[in-house]
Design a protein around this ligand. Sequence first.
Ligand SMILES: [Fe+2]
Length: 385
Amino acid sequence: MKRIAHYSPPALLLGSGIYKELPEQIAGLGCSKPFIITDPGIERAGILQKVLDVLEEAGIKPGFFAEVEPEPPLELTEKVAHEVKEGQWDLLIGLGGGSSIDVTKVAALLARNRGSAKSFVGVNKAPEPGLPTIMMPTTAGTGSEVTSIAIFGITDEGGVKKGIVSPHMLASVAMIDPSFTLSMPPRVTAVTGMDALVHAIESYVSRGFNAFTEDLSLSAIRLISRYLRKAVADGEDETSRYYMSLASLKAGLAFANAGLGAVHGLSLTLGGRYHLPHGLVNSLMLPYVMEVNLMSELEKYADIAEALGEPIEHLSLREGAERSIHAVLTLIRDIGLPTRLREVNVPEDDAATMAKSAINETRLLSKNPRQLSIEDIESIYKNAW
Ligand SMILES: [Fe+2]
């Protein structure tokens, strides 16, 4: 049997109102000068103010940067790291969606390592640990609060998305407060929730899976199947927000250790070229990658169908596995997302060019259960059109 090695932030806290424990967590890390990194939407929603208030009550005066835009360029991390060093802040708090959390990871790394942000693109390029970090997600999907990877568009390479992967970017504490996700509009809930589903499905069938990540992945699929529609239909429903936060955490822990696959591999190129949100492109690619992968893992896709609520006991293995694709498409339609690339204005004749770029995503494609050629990738993009 396979060996299990599981890496995650040393402390995972999840609960409504858990943000009020922030001062204790900061003190527990031996820090006193936190700097918060967030975005204008979180400031407008009043979430930043809640965090500032709880710190002020504890006598802590934090600094903050509230200008992270969606899909930020890598250069932004250098600007933030410069402010952090100037102010001699000793701990970074990433408050927001995947973008704010990813900026926080890299800024923390830059604050303690020499070199440009671009010099850390790739795997294990930073020799020194970064500043301690506390991650507080305000969406339920990216799982970024528990992973050691940050994804950025590289401006001088035509916006192509690349990853910085370093164990030094693992958070010191992940504080997941489902009440912060109550303000997410239905579309963002749907898109980020589908990102979590893709993490769960891709980690389940990944070549890097182990018996521990399998449980996390399947459990996340069940929770998303049960609660994502409800969270989209009624954003104020605290139960579905709680379980979507938990599902996102489990899926994040699963993929951080098992790896992902071709959905993310093909989405990075697509999202970078057409500036489409990460969760949306993942959702668009998912059914078509599943179609191609299906024959390599029939049992696992049948498990996925079952976890998605499909009655498969009277079906053949092959038919049961196919129900997983049906279930995913039904979910995507229910929550109002597109299922075709043409619906988001991607031109059909770009498939070959995109395939040439996507084939280089070896970090992701090497974990896909089926080996894909450049022709396979091109036909997946075409099928998705
Ligand atoms: Fe993702």
